[in-house]
Write a protein that binds this ligand. Structure first.
Ligand code: DQA
Length: 153
């Protein structure tokens, strides 16, 4: 029989250019590829007893569509909106549709970088933010969301 925790599903959304991880400015974003990160997230999900789904898009509207899709089906969301972090009112508005915990993750510490990266459109509507811990940030976010969703089940 399925245990209550196995019914919990967490979605991870990766925004634009994150499909190029490994090749893209490795000194900033690290050497891990998106596949490496997604594999580690799925393995961690198994250990924690939650389902992990992953999604990547370079398109703002596709990210909005995906957020709308999970309104009633998922128990948590991890999102790295990439450059849309700093610009997207549409992604922020879509997140306001959700009543589940949302963790914003950035591989790099956006506050140590160019001034235009210091402002996040997302932070004000997310449950919390992890910035600058590299790919570990996703795993820590997943541990938090698994704990939250199992406590609420
Ligand atoms: C990023 C930071 C953003 O400023 C940048 O545009 C990205 C990646 C990060 O994970 O550090 O694409 O979200």
């Amino acid at each position: 029989m399925e245990s209550p925790s196995e019914k919990q599903t967490i979605l991870v959304i990766h925004g634009p250019n994150l499909n190029m991880l490994g090749k893209r400015e490795p000194e900033v974003y690290g050497k891990a590829t998106l596949d490496d990160i997604n594999t580690a997230l799925k393995e961690t999900g198994k250990r924690l007893g939650v389902r992990v789904e992953t999604f990547q898009s370079n398109h703002e509207g596709a990210i909005v569509d995906k957020i709308q899709e999970i309104m009633n089906s998922h128990q948590g969301l991890i999102i790295n909106p990439g450059a849309y972090t700093h610009t997207s009112v549409a992604i922020r508005d879509a997140l306001l549709l959700l009543s589940i915990p949302v963790v914003e993750v950035h591989l790099s510490n956006i506050y140590k970088r160019e001034p235009f990266r210091h402002h996040s459109m997302i932070a004000g509507v997310a449950t919390g933010q992890i910035s600058g811990l590299g790919s570990d940030g996703y795993i820590l976010a997943l541990e938090f969301l698994a704990r939250r969703s199992q406590a609420a089940a």
